[in-house]
Write a protein that binds this ligand. Structure first.
Ligand code: TYD
Ligand code: MG
Length: 453
């Protein structure tokens, strides 16, 4: 006889415990256990619905046909790039992102564009009418795109077998329910079970499947470790909702590089691919203003020119304010301390505000030099030409340090017709400067920057 009992799960890694514990022995997270009721001794026949998957037998590696060449073109360059050159048959991809960022829009748009592929869009979040309204907004009609509003996995799998879609989209994993577990949709045991079931179907029926997953407040996809090891790829849709830009990032990819990046812009009629980010991220300013510099950064493998803006003003209160958008505040404090100690600028009584244009977040250390340049420019009220760009890390002793893939950064500056690019002198060893029209200015210390600016 089936009976219900209480079990505790770790939100981070899915570890199970019969009682609540404060510190997870599995992943080391604190206060991550939540209570869920599960049914014990229940007939697990629902799991056997996917009988196809269990008929596997050992085969030699050389006898397995390679699936490498048969990547599916999604007719969306940015998404193809993030997936490592298209969709691998039978793969399960998790698309994570905060609510309202545009996950449903992105995948519905892809589904509608693929006219010669049968796409099954399973929605547990919105009604068919709501999806229709969205499709009208995107403005593409496609009769090969089927919409199914269903949340029970057994039913969904039945439809998969019926329809035999070329691609399936599940919106979202948090709404799916499996009969094999008794807890509510969105709970850890349900997410784990339904994702595992969808993975089995994707593999056995060779239907590449996208799972949409909402991100919790602290930025994890319903406990990333629960899903990450089940799926083949995790891609994340990010961006500031107040700006149009959306960045699609690869977090994990079994079939490609995990440092790829796609850029989109949200418009009134869907998402537009942005294939030349630098040209859009640099504002077309005519007059020169102080406090702005251009950083030659790399997002993943992709070079991007980003405008960095700083405002330095005398503090109105005793404690100066330091505030950053798109940059780490601790890093800013460190750079300010370096400027104070190594270059003699009195910034300790100044408010400093820093802003990365376009609502983007930059982790690339090569942006340091542009940040320093923008701060100095604002502090001294001397403008920097918008045809100068910067790419170097700044060390604690005020030294200008080398950064990775400098050629890609210089090439991007060159492509955009920049006049100068300021780099570390250590990056210039063995660099063929004659290839580029842009003047490469090697720097050793912050003092050199001030002399050359
Ligand atoms: P949505 O795809 O519903 O987000 P998610 O599935 O990640 O929760 O996107 C919703 C937002 O996108 C909403 O604020 C409206 C906006 N949007 C546009 O600006 N243009 C469009 O063409 C569409 C369809 C949505
Ligand atoms: Mg949605």
């Amino acid at each position: 006889m089936a009976k219900t009992k209480s079990v505790f799960f770790c939100k981070e890694c899915g570890n199970e415990s019969p009682k609540w514990i404060g510190h997870c022995p599995g992943c080391g997270a604190w206060n991550s256990y939540v209570e869920e009721s599960v049914v014990v001794g229940k007939d697990k026949s629902a799991k056997n619905m996917i009988a196809v998957a269990s008929k596997a037998k050992p085969v030699k590696v050389q006898d397995i046909s390679s699936a490498k060449e048969t990547r599916l073109d999604l007719e969306c360059g940015e998404l193809n790039r993030v997936l490592g050159g298209g969709l691998v048959p039978g793969s399960l991809i998790l698309l994570g992102g905060e609510p309202g960022i545009g996950k449903s829009t992105l995948l519905l748009q892809v589904a509608l564009r693929l006219r010669d592929k049968k796409v099954l869009y399973v929605s547990g979040e919105e009604s068919a009418q709501q999806i229709k309204m969205r499709a009208e907004r995107i403005g593409i009609a496609n009769e090969n795109c089927l919409i199914l509003t269903e949340t029970n996995t057994t039913e969904i799998i039945r439809h998969f077998e019926d329809v035999k879609p070329d691609i399936a989209i599940i919106d979202s994993i948090q709404t799916l329910e499996s009969s094999a577990v008794d807890s509510t949709a969105g709970s850890i045991s349900q997410i784990r079970e339904t994702a595992a079931e969808m993975n089995k179907v994707a593999k056995s029926l060779h239907v590449p499947t996208f799972l949409i997953g909402h991100i919790t407040k602290d930025g994890s996809i319903a406990g990333p470790k629960i899903l990450e090891h089940i799926v083949d790829a995790v891609i994340q849709f990010e961006g500031d909702r107040h700006y149009g830009f959306r960045v699609l990032r690869t977090i994990k990819n079994r079939f490609g590089s995990s440092s790829e990046l796609g850029i989109f812009e949200m418009n009134a009629n869907g998402l537009r691919e942005v294939s030349n980010p630098s040209e859009i991220l640099l504002s077309q300013r005519d007059e020169q203003v102080s406090g702005i510099s251009v950083a030659a950064t790399l997002e993943g493998l992709r070079p991007m020119m980003i405008e960095t803006q700083a405002l330095v003003s005398t503090a109105a209160y005793g404690t100066p304010q330091r505030s950053c958008t798109g940059f780490d505040t601790r890093r800013l404090n460190m750079l300010l301390a370096v400027l104070e100690k190594r270059a003699g600028f009195r910034l300790s009584m100044k408010d400093v505000f820093l802003n990365i244009a376009g609502g983007l977040r930059v982790d690339d250390p090569a942006i340091d030099l542009a940040v320093v340049a923008a701060i100095l420019s604002s502090n001294e009220d001397i403008e920097i030409s918008n045809r100068y760009s910067f790419a170097a890390e700044v060390g604690l002793s005020g030294e200008i340090r080398s950064v990775n893939r400098i050629e890609a950064r210089i090439a991007e500056a060159d492509k955009l017709g920049m006049e100068k690019i300021f780099v570390s002198k250590y990056n210039c060893r063995g660099l063929d400067t004659s290839k580029y029209n842009v003047e490469i200015v090697p720097l050793a210390t912050i003092g050199d920057l001030i002399k050359n600016m």
